[in-house]
Structures are given as C-alpha cells and as structure tokens.
Design a protein around this ligand. Structure first.
Ligand SMILES: C[S@@+](CC[C@H](N)C(=O)[O-])C[C@H]1O[C@@H](n2cnc3c(N)ncnc32)[C@H](O)[C@@H]1O
Length: 402
C-alpha cells in the first residue's frame, strides 16, 4: 500500500519509522512518502498561510501550495491511478474500525494535514475534481493539526494489511471488530500478590473448557459494551422481557422480515432433525402472508428490529383447543426468558371456551422439553429421549387450562 502525507511538519511523522509500521515499510509492505507543503510555497519565506477573508482569528492555509502538492503526488503515481485523499478535520465523518477496514482495501491513500484554522475551502473542490476525497474526524474535539490524526489512521489501517501483524489471529475478536468491545485479558501468574487481596485470573480461563471460555468472553464483551458504550449496542440487547418490547399483530409488511427470522431460527432445528423438509423452512413470502389470515400472528420488535414472533389459533375442528406455534426468538436474545413470556402471551389470546393448550414442534430437544415442562406442558405424542438425543417427527405438547 502506498501512503503520501503532506504536512508543514514532516518531523511529526517520524513515529511511522517505529515498531510494526517501520518494519512493514522496511519489508516493502508499506510505501510511505512524507512531503513538505512548504516545498510548494515559492516566496522568500515559503509562506503557506494568510489571514481569513471576512475577518476572524487565526490564519488559513493558502490554496496554491496545496493544489501544487496534491497534483504532484497524483502525477507521481502509475498512469491512470489516483490516491484516495483523506483530509483530517473535526468536521469530518468519524473514523471507525469499519472505515479502517475499508481503507485497508485501497492501494493508495494520501493525507492532507491541516494546521491553523484549516485549509482554504477551494482546495477541497480542486481535489474532488481529481480524486476521491474524504474528510475524516478522530472525534468530537479539536487538535492542533492533522498529523496526529494521520498517525492514528495509519496505525489502524496498516495493522489490517496482510503481513503487518505477525499473528493475524490477534485481529479477531478485538474491540469494534464486530460492534462489541473486547473481553478482559490476563496472563501469568494465575494468582498475583501485589500486597492486598490476591488477584486471581477468572477460574473459567484456567478450565481448558473452550466452550465455557467462549461463552464467558461473549458475556464479558456484552456486559462491558453495555456499561461503557451502550451507544454501540442495539436497543434489543438491553431487553429484559416483553415489557421492553413492542408486540403487535403481524401485518403483510412484517412478512419478509418474519420469513428471514423464521428461517434463521429453524435452521438449527433442521440440523437436529437431519432434514430441511420442515414446514417453517418451506415457507415463502406468499404462504406466510396468507397464514396471517388463519393465525393470530404477533411480531415483537425492539428499536425497530424484529426480534421474536409467535402465533396461535383455535384448533380447526376443536373449538376447545388452542394451538400455539412458530415461537421464535432472535438467536442473540435466547436465554432471557423471552420465549417463556411469549408462550404465556400466546396462551392469553385464547378465548374463554378453550380448555386445553397445544403446541406442535418438529424436534424436541431436552432444552425445549424443559421449557415446556416448566410452562406446565406434557408431551403426548413422540417425544425426546434425553439420552438418545432429539427425535425428528412432529411431537405435541399439551396442558389443561388452569
Ligand atoms: C486547529 S484545527 C482547525 C479547526 C477548525 N478551525 C475547525 O474548527 O474545524 C487544525 C487542524 O487540525 C486537524 N484536526 C483538528 N481536530 C481534528 C479532529 N478531531 N479530527 C481530525 N483532525 C483534526 C485538522 O487537520 C485541522 O485542519
């Protein structure tokens, strides 16, 4: 990757000789070229700034040296190639890991480091007519110049390039990689005596149980993100029960999303059952839309996102039986009691004359069985053998109306 940086303080970029970035430069992975803007100022004092039109404090960077410098950089590249120009600015779009990932896929970036009150606005137009331009902000504060921003951006982008970081695995599960902050990390010793109460590494990390460690880490990531950066979490992840959610009768407008959630939730069922011939997976937009006329289907939303659904109806041919079906909860919200609350909600829809509640399911895992048992149901057809694993035929669970 080639990087050109234009600045009036070339020495400020010296850290780009250090550490992994320095190694990547020496190894030929990064071609970083630093340019002194003053080389394009042709008066005796190599002036790059002047007073602002309209008055006001401070100085503004003159357009001519910038245009000359950017044009020289553009001409120095291969025929037809242009760099993507990044202009650090507190008025730019916030720099994020997602932007770093996208920039890491580009062959050539250039950076224009502003100073004083910034760069004459016409330079942006000049540049935009010649190359893609992005104004990028480090955050909602003002620093003295764009150089520190360039150091940050180059660090974030370069470490994503293949070969820059020795162990590419260390890029996985980092903060912001998938919208969550990283879990806490520990190294030896397992118990650290620093004079007070011995400080121990969480025992799960010493257990060797990789599934338990992964579950603990995910829990820590979510808790940490909720505590420190709730703005990063989708509101649905703060959900504690139906009370937090918008539960409304599903309409044809809900059907496309409902179909997606249905498929996502039933795929694991299909894997357990060893067949994809389960009715929920055979559903189409049209069939699901027409089912809304035969079932009372409810869509459960949080922050606009469809997170769960359930449907129920009086059983055809038996006015005293109520059947509940298609109880689905988004995978990331499982284990919060949402399914249990939705089941109770679906039962509450049954008319007075109903005396029994039914629930058909394609596969009955021990977990499903436990949930149903807790809700007062008993399996009447088929059923799961806890030791042999789930069975794939349709089974029914029933309970009498209390
Ligand atoms: C003192 S600042 C100019 C601020 C400008 N007058 C304004 O209010 O938008 C000088 C330079 O520092 C850089 N800079 C300042 N804050 C920044 C931020 N939050 N993110 C990126 N660059 C910043 C920009 O290159 C800017 O041109």
């Amino acid at each position: 990757m080639r990087l050109d940086v234009v600045t009036i303080f070339p020495g400020y970029l010296a850290p780009l000789e250090q550490s992994l970035i320095g190694q990547a430069r020496r190894g030929g992975l990064l071609d970083i070229r630093i340019h002194d803007l003053r080389d394009h100022a042709h008066d005796r004092h190599r002036t790059v700034d002047d007073t602002p039109y309209g008055g006001g404090a401070g100085m503004v960077m003159k357009p001519e040296p910038w245009a000359e410098s950017l044009d020289a950089i553009r001409r120095s590249g291969p025929a037809g190639a242009v760099p993507h120009l990044m202009i650090p600015s507190p008025a730019g779009v916030p720099f994020t890991e997602a932007m770093a990932r996208s920039l890491a896929g580009e062959p050539w970036l250039a950076f224009a480091c502003g100073r004083y009150e910034g760069i004459d606005e016409r330079v942006y137009d000049h540049a935009r007519e010649r190359m893609p331009v992005t104004l990028v902000s480090l955050g909602d504060y003002v620093i003295n110049g764009g150089e520190a921003a360039v150091l940050v951006i180059v660090e974030a982008v370069a470490r994503l390039l293949p070969g820059v970081i020795g162990n590419a695995d260390s890029l996985v599960e980092e903060s912001h990689e998938d919208g969550l902050l990283e879990y806490p990390v520990y190294t030896k010793p397992a118990v650290w005596h620093d004079g007070g109460v011995p400080r121990e590494v969480p025992s799960v990390l010493l257990s060797g149980d990789h599934a338990a460690i992964a579950a603990w880490r995910l829990g820590q990531r979510r808790a940490r993100t909720a505590a420190r950066r709730p703005d990063l979490l989708h509101p649905s992840l703060a959900t504690t029960g139906l009370g937090d959610l918008l539960v409304s009768p599903a309409t044809p407008a809900d059907v496309p999303e409902l179909l997606v959630l249905t498929r996502a939730c039933w795929l694991p069922e299909a894997e357990r059952a060893g067949t994809t011939a389960l009715p929920p997976l055979r559903e189409s937009v049209a069939s699901l839309a027409s089912s809304l006329e035969q079932w009372h289907t409810y869509a459960v939303r949080s922050g606009g996102r469809l997170v769960a659904s359930v449907r129920g109806r009086v059983r055809p041919g038996d006015e005293t039986a109520w059947e509940t079906g298609r109880l689905i909860v988004a995978p990331d919200l499982e284990g919060r009691g949402l399914g249990r609350d939705l089941l109770a909600f679906a039962e509450s829809l049954a008319p007075e004359r109903v005396t029994s509640f039914w629930l058909d399911t394609a596969t009955l895992t021990p977990r499903h069985q436990r949930i149903l048992r807790k809700a007062g149901y008993r399996v009447v057809r088929g059923g799961a053998d806890e030791t042999a694993g789930p069975r794939s035929e349709i089974v029914s669970a029933v309970k009498r109306r209390p």
